[in-house]
Design a protein around this ligand. Sequence first.
Ligand code: SF4
Ligand code: SF4
Length: 91
Amino acid sequence: MDNEKIKGMPGVTPKDVRAILDILSVNPDRPLYIHDVWCKRCGICIAMCPHNALEKGPDGVPVVIDEKCKRCGMCELRCPDLAITLLQTRN
Ligand code: SF4
Ligand code: SF4
């Protein structure tokens, strides 16, 4: 089953598609990390978060408000310095 090809997408298997969907899907169990060494304190992620789940920390690095964060990945997508990582927890 997993070795079947997707019609019209040569070389792409159902397993590949599931992996892509997993990465794109909202998963509230995904840990979110903000790497303070890479963060330039620009505030873009705070402005872009659709759930107001980020606020500026004492050193300027954003901190996540876990009760508000939906793990949607918008901050990770918008950070110009790749300083935010949402880890995948599913296989
Ligand atoms: S967008 Fe990235 S670099 Fe800017 S404050 Fe957020 S984590 Fe830091
Ligand atoms: S994952 Fe979504 S809800 Fe959570 S801090 Fe980032 S943009 Fe906001």
